[in-house]
Design a binder for this molecule. Structure first.
Ligand code: ZN
Length: 71
């Protein structure tokens, strides 16, 4: 009967390696996996703005005529 008792805090698998997470490093299994996940976010943040920047290549060398048009 006691086997049907639901645990209050079910352990979730580590999102990095899939091992059971620990309360100390929740939701990761260790500080190492936490660093890996953080690096993924940081690297992803750098990748996103890298795309549209290429479009600015046409405006890298503005001519004198285009400057006059702003007024
Ligand atoms: Zn892990």
């Amino acid at each position: 009967m006691a086997d049907n008792v639901v645990k209050l805090k079910p352990t979730r698998p580590c999102p990095v390696c899939g091992k059971p997470s620990t309360q100390v490093h929740h939701p990761f299994c260790s500080g190492r996996c936490a660093d890996i996940d953080l690096n993924r976010w940081l690297s992803g943040a750098y990748v996103i703005p890298a795309g549209p920047v290429a479009e600015d290549d046409d405006d890298v060398l503005p001519t004198a005529d285009s400057a006059d048009e702003e007024e």
